[in-house]
Design a protein around this ligand. Sequence first.
Ligand code: ARG
Length: 461
Amino acid sequence: MDSKLWEGRLAGGLSGAANDYNSSIRVDSRMYREDIQGSLAHAQMLKETGIISPDDYATIQAGLKAILDDISSGALAVSPDAEDIHTFVEAELTRRVGAPGKKLHTARSRNDQVATDVRLYLKEQAANTVSLLIQLTKALADKAEKYTDAIMPGYTHLQRAQPVSFAQYLLAYVQMFLRDIGRVRDAAARMNRCPLGAGALAGTSFPIDRELTSRLLGFDAPCANSIDAVSDRDFCVELACALSLIMTHLSRLSEEIILWSSWEFRFVELSDEYSTGSSIMPQKKNPDLAELTRGKTGRVNGNLVALLTMLKGLPLAYNKDMQEDKEAIFDSFDTVTAALVVCIPMLESMAVNTDKMRLAATQGFINATDAADYLASKGVPFRDAYKAVGALVKYLISEGKSLESASLSEFRRFCPAFDEDVYSFISLEACLMRRNSLGGTSPEQTRSQLEDFRALIAQYE
Ligand code: ARG
Protein backbone atom coordinates (compact mmCIF):
# COMPACT_ATOMS: atom_id res chain seq x y z
CA MET A 1 0.00 0.00 0.00
CA ASP A 2 1.96 3.01 -1.18
CA SER A 3 -0.72 5.69 -1.05
CA LYS A 4 -0.93 7.55 2.23
CA LEU A 5 -4.08 8.88 3.87
CA TRP A 6 -2.40 12.22 4.17
CA GLU A 7 -1.81 12.55 0.45
CA GLY A 8 -3.03 15.96 -0.63
CA ARG A 9 -0.70 18.40 1.06
CA LEU A 10 2.11 15.96 0.28
CA ALA A 11 2.76 14.09 -2.93
CA GLY A 12 2.74 10.87 -0.90
CA GLY A 13 5.08 7.92 -0.93
CA LEU A 14 7.82 8.02 1.69
CA SER A 15 11.04 6.45 0.51
CA GLY A 16 11.40 2.77 1.48
CA ALA A 17 13.57 3.06 4.56
CA ALA A 18 11.74 6.17 5.74
CA ASN A 19 8.43 4.39 5.34
CA ASP A 20 9.65 1.49 7.47
CA TYR A 21 10.99 3.90 10.04
CA ASN A 22 7.72 5.82 10.19
CA SER A 23 5.49 2.75 10.25
CA SER A 24 4.19 1.19 13.45
CA ILE A 25 2.24 -1.60 11.78
CA ARG A 26 4.59 -4.32 13.03
CA VAL A 27 3.72 -3.32 16.59
CA ASP A 28 0.13 -2.08 16.38
CA SER A 29 -1.48 -4.60 14.02
CA ARG A 30 -2.30 -6.63 17.14
CA MET A 31 -4.86 -3.90 17.98
CA TYR A 32 -6.98 -4.57 14.91
CA ARG A 33 -9.95 -5.71 17.01
CA GLU A 34 -9.86 -2.63 19.18
CA ASP A 35 -9.41 -0.37 16.17
CA ILE A 36 -12.48 -1.84 14.48
CA GLN A 37 -14.45 -1.82 17.74
CA GLY A 38 -13.63 1.91 18.13
CA SER A 39 -14.58 2.63 14.53
CA LEU A 40 -17.88 0.77 14.90
CA ALA A 41 -18.77 2.87 17.95
CA HIS A 42 -17.67 6.07 16.24
CA ALA A 43 -19.72 5.25 13.13
CA GLN A 44 -22.78 4.42 15.22
CA MET A 45 -22.44 7.74 17.02
CA LEU A 46 -22.09 9.58 13.68
CA LYS A 47 -25.35 7.99 12.61
CA GLU A 48 -27.20 8.69 15.91
CA THR A 49 -26.20 12.35 15.76
CA GLY A 50 -27.21 12.64 12.11
CA ILE A 51 -23.66 13.34 10.94
CA ILE A 52 -23.83 10.42 8.52
CA SER A 53 -26.89 8.75 7.03
CA PRO A 54 -28.28 5.40 8.25
CA ASP A 55 -27.41 3.91 4.87
CA ASP A 56 -23.80 5.02 5.05
CA TYR A 57 -23.66 3.67 8.59
CA ALA A 58 -25.04 0.29 7.51
CA THR A 59 -22.42 0.09 4.76
CA ILE A 60 -19.59 1.09 7.07
CA GLN A 61 -20.76 -1.31 9.78
CA ALA A 62 -21.02 -4.29 7.42
CA GLY A 63 -17.65 -3.42 5.87
CA LEU A 64 -15.88 -3.13 9.22
CA LYS A 65 -17.39 -6.39 10.47
CA ALA A 66 -16.27 -8.18 7.33
CA ILE A 67 -12.75 -6.81 7.72
CA LEU A 68 -12.73 -7.97 11.35
CA ASP A 69 -13.80 -11.46 10.33
CA ASP A 70 -11.28 -11.58 7.51
CA ILE A 71 -8.32 -10.47 9.62
CA SER A 72 -9.36 -12.89 12.40
CA SER A 73 -9.69 -15.84 10.01
CA GLY A 74 -6.47 -14.98 8.20
CA ALA A 75 -8.32 -14.31 4.92
CA LEU A 76 -7.03 -10.73 5.02
CA ALA A 77 -3.36 -10.20 5.83
CA VAL A 78 -2.39 -6.89 7.38
CA SER A 79 0.03 -5.25 4.95
CA PRO A 80 3.52 -4.82 6.43
CA ASP A 81 3.85 -1.65 4.34
CA ALA A 82 0.89 0.10 5.95
CA GLU A 83 1.66 3.10 8.14
CA ASP A 84 -0.32 1.74 11.06
CA ILE A 85 -3.40 -0.36 11.82
CA HIS A 86 -5.69 2.68 11.75
CA THR A 87 -4.77 3.67 8.20
CA PHE A 88 -4.79 0.04 7.10
CA VAL A 89 -8.36 -0.60 8.28
CA GLU A 90 -9.69 2.68 6.90
CA ALA A 91 -8.02 2.19 3.52
CA GLU A 92 -9.27 -1.40 3.33
CA LEU A 93 -12.80 -0.25 4.18
CA THR A 94 -12.74 2.37 1.45
CA ARG A 95 -11.30 -0.13 -0.99
CA ARG A 96 -14.21 -2.45 -0.21
CA VAL A 97 -17.19 -0.10 0.11
CA GLY A 98 -16.12 3.10 -1.67
CA ALA A 99 -17.44 6.55 -0.72
CA PRO A 100 -19.12 5.72 2.64
CA GLY A 101 -15.77 4.39 3.87
CA LYS A 102 -14.27 7.83 3.37
CA LYS A 103 -16.86 9.29 5.77
CA LEU A 104 -15.74 7.17 8.73
CA HIS A 105 -13.01 9.58 9.75
CA THR A 106 -15.43 12.54 10.05
CA ALA A 107 -15.02 14.25 13.45
CA ARG A 108 -12.11 12.00 14.38
CA SER A 109 -8.33 12.09 14.22
CA ARG A 110 -5.82 9.30 14.45
CA ASN A 111 -4.71 10.99 17.65
CA ASP A 112 -7.93 10.30 19.56
CA GLN A 113 -8.30 7.03 17.67
CA VAL A 114 -4.95 5.60 18.72
CA ALA A 115 -5.39 6.80 22.31
CA THR A 116 -8.74 4.98 22.41
CA ASP A 117 -7.43 1.80 20.80
CA VAL A 118 -4.47 1.53 23.14
CA ARG A 119 -6.67 1.96 26.21
CA LEU A 120 -9.09 -0.68 24.97
CA TYR A 121 -6.25 -3.08 24.28
CA LEU A 122 -4.53 -2.47 27.61
CA LYS A 123 -7.79 -2.89 29.55
CA GLU A 124 -7.93 -6.45 28.27
CA GLN A 125 -4.26 -7.03 29.00
CA ALA A 126 -4.67 -5.70 32.53
CA ALA A 127 -7.64 -8.00 33.17
CA ASN A 128 -5.63 -10.95 31.90
CA THR A 129 -2.69 -10.07 34.13
CA VAL A 130 -4.96 -9.82 37.16
CA SER A 131 -6.43 -13.22 36.46
CA LEU A 132 -2.94 -14.75 36.13
CA LEU A 133 -1.91 -13.09 39.39
CA ILE A 134 -4.98 -14.53 41.09
CA GLN A 135 -3.95 -17.99 39.86
CA LEU A 136 -0.42 -17.41 41.10
CA THR A 137 -1.48 -16.31 44.57
CA LYS A 138 -3.80 -19.30 44.81
CA ALA A 139 -1.01 -21.67 43.79
CA LEU A 140 1.25 -20.16 46.45
CA ALA A 141 -1.49 -20.29 49.08
CA ASP A 142 -2.36 -23.91 48.23
CA LYS A 143 1.28 -24.81 48.72
CA ALA A 144 1.50 -22.80 51.92
CA GLU A 145 -1.49 -24.67 53.30
CA LYS A 146 0.55 -27.90 53.28
CA TYR A 147 3.58 -26.45 54.99
CA THR A 148 2.36 -24.48 58.01
CA ASP A 149 4.44 -26.78 60.26
CA ALA A 150 7.45 -27.19 57.99
CA ILE A 151 10.39 -25.45 59.61
CA MET A 152 13.10 -23.79 57.58
CA PRO A 153 15.75 -21.22 58.37
CA GLY A 154 14.59 -17.65 57.88
CA TYR A 155 17.43 -15.42 56.70
CA THR A 156 18.62 -11.88 57.03
CA HIS A 157 21.75 -10.93 55.04
CA LEU A 158 21.40 -14.51 53.74
CA GLN A 159 22.64 -15.63 57.17
CA ARG A 160 20.47 -18.02 59.13
CA ALA A 161 18.41 -15.83 61.41
CA GLN A 162 15.33 -17.38 63.02
CA PRO A 163 13.18 -20.40 62.24
CA VAL A 164 10.14 -19.76 60.08
CA SER A 165 7.68 -22.04 58.38
CA PHE A 166 7.81 -22.59 54.64
CA ALA A 167 4.18 -21.44 54.62
CA GLN A 168 5.15 -18.08 56.10
CA TYR A 169 7.75 -17.67 53.38
CA LEU A 170 5.30 -18.41 50.58
CA LEU A 171 2.66 -16.19 52.14
CA ALA A 172 5.11 -13.27 52.05
CA TYR A 173 5.05 -13.62 48.27
CA VAL A 174 1.27 -13.83 48.32
CA GLN A 175 1.22 -10.40 49.96
CA MET A 176 3.46 -8.95 47.24
CA PHE A 177 1.34 -10.34 44.44
CA LEU A 178 -1.86 -9.14 46.12
CA ARG A 179 -0.44 -5.61 46.11
CA ASP A 180 0.40 -6.12 42.43
CA ILE A 181 -3.21 -7.05 41.73
CA GLY A 182 -4.27 -3.84 43.47
CA ARG A 183 -1.84 -1.74 41.47
CA VAL A 184 -2.91 -3.15 38.09
CA ARG A 185 -6.57 -2.70 39.00
CA ASP A 186 -6.00 0.89 40.18
CA ALA A 187 -4.13 1.81 37.01
CA ALA A 188 -6.79 0.17 34.84
CA ALA A 189 -9.56 2.04 36.68
CA ARG A 190 -7.83 5.42 36.14
CA MET A 191 -7.25 4.55 32.48
CA ASN A 192 -10.95 3.87 31.95
CA ARG A 193 -11.78 7.22 30.32
CA CYS A 194 -12.56 7.57 26.64
CA PRO A 195 -10.42 9.91 24.49
CA LEU A 196 -12.58 9.44 21.38
CA GLY A 197 -14.02 12.74 20.16
CA ALA A 198 -11.03 14.80 21.31
CA GLY A 199 -10.11 14.99 17.61
CA ALA A 200 -6.57 16.00 16.76
CA LEU A 201 -6.34 18.00 19.99
CA ALA A 202 -9.08 20.61 20.19
CA GLY A 203 -12.37 18.75 19.92
CA THR A 204 -14.55 19.07 16.84
CA SER A 205 -17.13 21.40 15.36
CA PHE A 206 -19.42 18.45 14.58
CA PRO A 207 -22.28 17.77 17.04
CA ILE A 208 -20.78 14.50 18.31
CA ASP A 209 -21.93 12.56 21.36
CA ARG A 210 -18.90 11.57 23.40
CA GLU A 211 -21.01 10.09 26.19
CA LEU A 212 -22.42 7.64 23.69
CA THR A 213 -19.07 6.42 22.29
CA SER A 214 -17.65 6.23 25.80
CA ARG A 215 -20.59 4.07 26.88
CA LEU A 216 -20.53 1.89 23.75
CA LEU A 217 -16.85 1.14 24.32
CA GLY A 218 -17.29 0.33 28.01
CA PHE A 219 -15.45 3.34 29.44
CA ASP A 220 -16.61 5.04 32.65
CA ALA A 221 -16.71 8.51 31.06
CA PRO A 222 -15.14 10.60 28.27
CA CYS A 223 -11.76 12.24 29.02
CA ALA A 224 -12.47 15.75 30.32
CA ASN A 225 -9.96 17.75 28.27
CA SER A 226 -9.31 17.24 24.56
CA ILE A 227 -5.62 18.14 24.73
CA ASP A 228 -5.02 15.84 27.68
CA ALA A 229 -7.06 13.10 26.01
CA VAL A 230 -4.63 12.82 23.09
CA SER A 231 -1.37 13.53 24.91
CA ASP A 232 -1.82 11.49 28.08
CA ARG A 233 0.19 8.31 28.29
CA ASP A 234 0.28 8.19 32.10
CA PHE A 235 -1.68 4.97 31.94
CA CYS A 236 1.17 3.32 29.99
CA VAL A 237 3.65 4.45 32.62
CA GLU A 238 1.46 3.36 35.53
CA LEU A 239 0.89 -0.06 34.03
CA ALA A 240 4.56 -0.40 33.08
CA CYS A 241 5.46 0.41 36.67
CA ALA A 242 3.00 -2.14 38.05
CA LEU A 243 4.43 -4.69 35.59
CA SER A 244 7.97 -3.87 36.68
CA LEU A 245 7.02 -4.59 40.26
CA ILE A 246 5.37 -7.87 39.29
CA MET A 247 8.56 -8.84 37.48
CA THR A 248 10.63 -7.70 40.46
CA HIS A 249 8.60 -9.96 42.74
CA LEU A 250 8.82 -12.86 40.32
CA SER A 251 12.53 -12.22 40.05
CA ARG A 252 13.04 -12.34 43.81
CA LEU A 253 11.04 -15.55 43.98
CA SER A 254 13.07 -16.93 41.08
CA GLU A 255 16.26 -16.09 42.91
CA GLU A 256 15.03 -18.06 45.94
CA ILE A 257 14.16 -21.01 43.74
CA ILE A 258 17.56 -20.89 42.06
CA LEU A 259 19.27 -20.89 45.47
CA TRP A 260 16.96 -23.47 47.00
CA SER A 261 17.38 -25.89 44.13
CA SER A 262 21.19 -25.71 44.33
CA TRP A 263 22.97 -28.73 45.79
CA GLU A 264 24.06 -26.47 48.69
CA PHE A 265 20.45 -25.98 49.78
CA ARG A 266 18.33 -28.69 48.15
CA PHE A 267 15.20 -27.25 49.79
CA VAL A 268 13.22 -27.72 46.60
CA GLU A 269 13.43 -29.65 43.38
CA LEU A 270 11.87 -28.38 40.19
CA SER A 271 10.02 -30.95 38.13
CA ASP A 272 11.76 -32.19 34.99
CA GLU A 273 9.23 -30.34 32.84
CA TYR A 274 10.47 -27.05 34.24
CA SER A 275 14.20 -27.81 34.32
CA THR A 276 16.89 -27.95 31.69
CA GLY A 277 20.05 -30.00 31.29
CA SER A 278 23.59 -29.16 30.32
CA SER A 279 25.13 -29.91 26.94
CA ILE A 280 28.27 -31.27 28.58
CA MET A 281 27.72 -31.98 32.29
CA PRO A 282 25.52 -35.06 32.58
CA GLN A 283 24.60 -34.45 36.22
CA LYS A 284 23.13 -30.99 35.69
CA LYS A 285 19.53 -29.99 36.31
CA ASN A 286 19.31 -26.28 35.77
CA PRO A 287 16.62 -23.76 36.76
CA ASP A 288 16.81 -21.91 33.42
CA LEU A 289 13.21 -20.73 33.54
CA ALA A 290 13.65 -19.04 36.90
CA GLU A 291 16.90 -17.49 35.68
CA LEU A 292 15.17 -16.18 32.56
CA THR A 293 12.50 -14.55 34.68
CA ARG A 294 15.20 -12.88 36.76
CA GLY A 295 16.94 -11.81 33.55
CA LYS A 296 13.86 -10.54 31.74
CA THR A 297 13.13 -8.21 34.64
CA GLY A 298 15.83 -5.93 33.26
CA ARG A 299 13.98 -5.54 29.98
CA VAL A 300 10.67 -4.81 31.69
CA ASN A 301 12.35 -2.17 33.84
CA GLY A 302 13.93 -0.79 30.66
CA ASN A 303 10.48 -0.39 29.13
CA LEU A 304 9.37 1.70 32.10
CA VAL A 305 12.38 3.99 31.75
CA ALA A 306 11.86 4.17 27.97
CA LEU A 307 8.28 5.37 28.49
CA LEU A 308 9.17 7.95 31.12
CA THR A 309 12.02 9.26 29.00
CA MET A 310 9.92 9.35 25.84
CA LEU A 311 7.31 11.50 27.58
CA LYS A 312 9.40 13.84 29.65
CA GLY A 313 10.23 16.43 27.02
CA LEU A 314 7.07 16.33 24.93
CA PRO A 315 5.14 19.54 24.43
CA LEU A 316 1.37 19.10 24.21
CA ALA A 317 -0.36 17.59 22.38
CA TYR A 318 0.39 14.59 20.12
CA ASN A 319 3.96 14.04 18.94
CA LYS A 320 5.13 11.10 16.89
CA ASP A 321 7.46 10.14 19.74
CA MET A 322 4.34 8.73 21.34
CA GLN A 323 4.19 5.97 18.77
CA GLU A 324 7.01 4.40 20.82
CA ASP A 325 4.61 3.84 23.74
CA LYS A 326 3.18 0.65 22.30
CA GLU A 327 6.39 -1.27 21.74
CA ALA A 328 7.37 -0.68 25.36
CA ILE A 329 4.09 -1.40 27.11
CA PHE A 330 3.18 -4.33 24.87
CA ASP A 331 6.55 -5.91 25.52
CA SER A 332 6.12 -5.49 29.27
CA PHE A 333 2.73 -7.19 29.13
CA ASP A 334 4.03 -9.95 26.85
CA THR A 335 7.00 -10.61 29.09
CA VAL A 336 5.06 -10.60 32.36
CA THR A 337 2.35 -12.80 30.86
CA ALA A 338 4.92 -15.31 29.59
CA ALA A 339 6.69 -15.30 32.96
CA LEU A 340 3.46 -15.87 34.89
CA VAL A 341 2.27 -18.60 32.56
CA VAL A 342 5.49 -20.52 33.19
CA CYS A 343 5.93 -19.65 36.86
CA ILE A 344 2.54 -20.87 38.05
CA PRO A 345 2.88 -24.53 36.96
CA MET A 346 6.59 -24.48 37.82
CA LEU A 347 5.67 -23.63 41.41
CA GLU A 348 2.78 -26.06 41.49
CA SER A 349 4.98 -28.95 40.35
CA MET A 350 7.96 -28.03 42.55
CA ALA A 351 8.82 -30.70 45.15
CA VAL A 352 9.61 -29.46 48.64
CA ASN A 353 12.26 -31.18 50.74
CA THR A 354 11.13 -30.43 54.29
CA ASP A 355 13.85 -32.68 55.79
CA LYS A 356 16.57 -30.57 54.19
CA MET A 357 14.90 -27.39 55.34
CA ARG A 358 14.63 -28.67 58.88
CA LEU A 359 18.21 -29.89 58.87
CA ALA A 360 19.44 -26.47 57.75
CA ALA A 361 17.41 -24.91 60.56
CA THR A 362 19.13 -27.09 63.17
CA GLN A 363 22.48 -25.60 62.22
CA GLY A 364 23.68 -22.06 62.53
CA PHE A 365 22.33 -21.26 66.01
CA ILE A 366 19.01 -20.22 64.59
CA ASN A 367 17.43 -20.50 68.05
CA ALA A 368 19.93 -18.16 69.74
CA THR A 369 17.32 -15.38 69.97
CA ASP A 370 15.07 -17.86 71.75
CA ALA A 371 17.83 -18.76 74.22
CA ALA A 372 18.12 -15.04 75.00
CA ASP A 373 14.32 -14.75 75.23
CA TYR A 374 14.41 -17.71 77.66
CA LEU A 375 16.76 -15.83 79.98
CA ALA A 376 14.70 -12.66 79.63
CA SER A 377 11.59 -14.64 80.63
CA LYS A 378 13.50 -15.70 83.78
CA GLY A 379 14.05 -12.04 84.67
CA VAL A 380 17.52 -11.50 83.14
CA PRO A 381 17.55 -8.08 81.40
CA PHE A 382 17.42 -8.72 77.63
CA ARG A 383 20.70 -6.91 76.90
CA ASP A 384 22.53 -9.09 79.46
CA ALA A 385 20.81 -12.20 78.14
CA TYR A 386 21.83 -11.26 74.57
CA LYS A 387 25.47 -10.88 75.65
CA ALA A 388 25.55 -14.16 77.57
CA VAL A 389 24.08 -16.14 74.66
CA GLY A 390 26.49 -14.43 72.24
CA ALA A 391 29.44 -15.56 74.34
CA LEU A 392 27.93 -19.05 74.67
CA VAL A 393 27.52 -19.31 70.87
CA LYS A 394 31.11 -18.21 70.33
CA TYR A 395 32.26 -20.90 72.75
CA LEU A 396 30.07 -23.60 71.15
CA ILE A 397 31.36 -22.78 67.65
CA SER A 398 34.91 -23.40 68.89
CA GLU A 399 33.71 -26.69 70.41
CA GLY A 400 31.86 -27.71 67.25
CA LYS A 401 28.60 -27.94 69.18
CA SER A 402 25.06 -26.58 68.83
CA LEU A 403 22.84 -25.09 71.54
CA GLU A 404 20.89 -28.35 71.68
CA SER A 405 24.05 -30.41 72.26
CA ALA A 406 25.51 -28.13 74.92
CA SER A 407 25.39 -29.52 78.46
CA LEU A 408 23.52 -27.66 81.15
CA SER A 409 26.78 -26.86 82.90
CA GLU A 410 28.05 -25.28 79.69
CA PHE A 411 24.89 -23.18 79.51
CA ARG A 412 25.33 -22.17 83.17
CA ARG A 413 28.91 -21.18 82.68
CA PHE A 414 27.59 -18.22 80.69
CA CYS A 415 24.49 -17.49 82.77
CA PRO A 416 23.35 -19.23 85.98
CA ALA A 417 19.67 -18.56 85.10
CA PHE A 418 19.72 -21.43 82.57
CA ASP A 419 17.80 -24.52 83.69
CA GLU A 420 16.82 -27.95 82.38
CA ASP A 421 13.72 -26.52 80.65
CA VAL A 422 15.91 -24.52 78.26
CA TYR A 423 16.09 -27.55 75.95
CA SER A 424 12.37 -27.71 75.33
CA PHE A 425 12.21 -23.91 75.16
CA ILE A 426 14.73 -23.70 72.30
CA SER A 427 13.42 -26.66 70.29
CA LEU A 428 12.64 -25.50 66.75
CA GLU A 429 8.97 -26.45 67.11
CA ALA A 430 8.66 -24.39 70.28
CA CYS A 431 10.42 -21.48 68.60
CA LEU A 432 7.91 -21.58 65.74
CA MET A 433 4.82 -21.99 67.94
CA ARG A 434 5.81 -19.12 70.20
CA ARG A 435 6.00 -16.61 67.34
CA ASN A 436 2.28 -16.24 67.55
CA SER A 437 2.12 -12.46 67.34
CA LEU A 438 -0.20 -11.11 64.65
CA GLY A 439 1.27 -11.92 61.22
CA GLY A 440 3.96 -14.10 62.83
CA THR A 441 5.21 -17.46 61.64
CA SER A 442 3.31 -19.75 64.06
CA PRO A 443 0.99 -22.26 62.38
CA GLU A 444 -1.96 -20.51 64.01
CA GLN A 445 -0.97 -17.18 62.43
CA THR A 446 -0.23 -18.64 59.00
CA ARG A 447 -3.59 -20.41 59.01
CA SER A 448 -5.26 -17.12 59.83
CA GLN A 449 -3.34 -15.40 56.98
CA LEU A 450 -4.60 -18.13 54.68
CA GLU A 451 -8.19 -17.60 55.79
CA ASP A 452 -7.93 -13.85 55.18
CA PHE A 453 -6.41 -14.53 51.77
CA ARG A 454 -9.21 -16.88 50.75
CA ALA A 455 -11.85 -14.35 51.78
CA LEU A 456 -10.10 -11.56 49.85
CA ILE A 457 -9.50 -13.54 46.69
CA ALA A 458 -13.13 -14.64 46.62
CA GLN A 459 -14.05 -10.95 46.20
CA TYR A 460 -11.72 -10.61 43.22
CA GLU A 461 -13.28 -13.48 41.33
N1 ARG B 1 0.72 5.23 14.57
C1 ARG B 1 0.47 6.41 15.34
C2 ARG B 1 0.82 6.15 16.79
O1 ARG B 1 0.95 5.03 17.12
C3 ARG B 1 -0.96 6.82 15.24
C4 ARG B 1 -1.20 8.26 15.46
C5 ARG B 1 -0.68 9.04 14.33
N2 ARG B 1 -1.02 10.43 14.44
C6 ARG B 1 -0.37 11.33 13.78
N3 ARG B 1 -0.76 12.56 13.98
N4 ARG B 1 0.61 11.05 12.99
O2 ARG B 1 0.98 7.02 17.58
